[in-house]
Design a binder for this molecule. Structure first.
Ligand SMILES: [Zn+2]
Length: 74
């Protein structure tokens, strides 16, 4: 796994709740720039990427369809 910010090596780390020393998140930290990513952030990014891909697919499909419709009516 590489850092999304700098492409550096991501190391597993644990985020601690300072109040009672309880682990509240498994996370990875970049050994290069210190960028921390936890599961929620990654899930959020993945969902956004999936939506972006869906929209891109739909637009490509629409363009294809409108092009074939234009060809037929010509
Ligand atoms: Zn980094």
């Amino acid at each position: 796994m590489t850092c999304s910010r700098c492409g550096g090596l991501m190391l597993r780390t644990t985020l601690l709740d300072l109040d009672d020393d309880k682990v509240f998140a498994d996370a990875v930290k970049c050994a290069n720039c210190g960028n921390v990513e936890d599961r929620l952030i990654l899930q959020h990014r993945r969902r956004n990427a999936a939506i972006t891909q869906l929209v891109a697919d739909a637009e490509a499909h629409l363009q294809l369809c409108s092009r074939s419709v234009a060809d037929v009516t010509r």
